[in-house]
Design a protein around this ligand. Structure first.
Ligand code: FMN
Length: 196
């Protein structure tokens, strides 16, 4: 079965608003018939890329951390057809956790563009109504394009830059109906394209 992986870049574990929204998107992928897998980056110890060049020769890294030991095999699975990269907005961009993860994925580019043509969607959550959700989405989109991935929007009728949510809404993120609609629509659209 084809698989879609959700990557959560929040440090907040189970109380993360980003995790809540990402699960909505992944549920939509599952409803479309895909196997889904959730990777919460806060559960892993991942060091920053040190430009050691090991991965210019092989799909490996000189740093023997959780990315190398645990995540490379999951990410390299040929049945993976799509990714949803999710992050809280930090200073108008993605978290350091997600940036660090994305930098380490350069090995997949250097070893035959192994992510090329896989589908990518961006999901971002900010505390402010207009706190840089779309800018943070661009961080994901830039990385996905550089991998040669197929970046998709949340599609009609909401179609913009993926899923963008507002956690500062007074009644709580669960009541951000507009944002949650973008999360569900992103999941549906990632699945639609991953199935092609
Ligand atoms: C260091 C830091 C920087 C932040 N910068 C922004 C920001 O630029 N814009 C915004 O809307 N929210 C910002 N926030 C708030 C988070 O994006 C918001 O609380 C989000 O819902 C946290 O997601 P999580 O619950 O998944 O961890 C920031 C929070 C932190 C800790």
């Amino acid at each position: 079965m084809s698989k879609i992986i959700g990557i959560c870049g929040s440090p907040n574990g189970k109380k993360s608003t980003t995790l809540f929204a990402l699960q909505k998107a992944l549920e939509a992928c599952a409803n479309a018939g895909f196997e889904t897998e959730l990777i919460e980056l806060c559960q892993y110890k991942i060091a920053g890329c040190i430009d050691c060049s090991t991965c210019k020769k092989e799909l490996n890294c000189s740093q023997k951390d959780d990315f190398t030991e645990q995540l490379i095999p999951i990410l390299a699975d040929a049945s993976v057809s799509g990714f949803i990269f999710a992050s809280p907005v930090y200073f108008g961009g993605i978290t350091g956790q997600l940036k660090t993860f994305l930098d380490r994925t350069v090995m997949f580019r250097r070893n035959g563009f192994l992510f090329a043509n896989k589908v990518a969607g961006a999901l971002t959550v900010g505390r402010s109504r207009h706190g840089g959700q779309e800018l943070a989405a661009m961080d994901v989109i830039h990385a996905a394009l550089i991998h040669g991935m197929v970046v998709v929007s949340d599609a009609a009728p909401t179609s913009h830059f993926g899923a963008n949510l507002w956690s500062g809404i007074p009644e709580g993120l669960e009541s951000d109906a507009v944002g949650i609609e973008t999360a569900i629509n992103l999941g549906i659209n990632v699945a639609r394209h991953a199935g092609k």
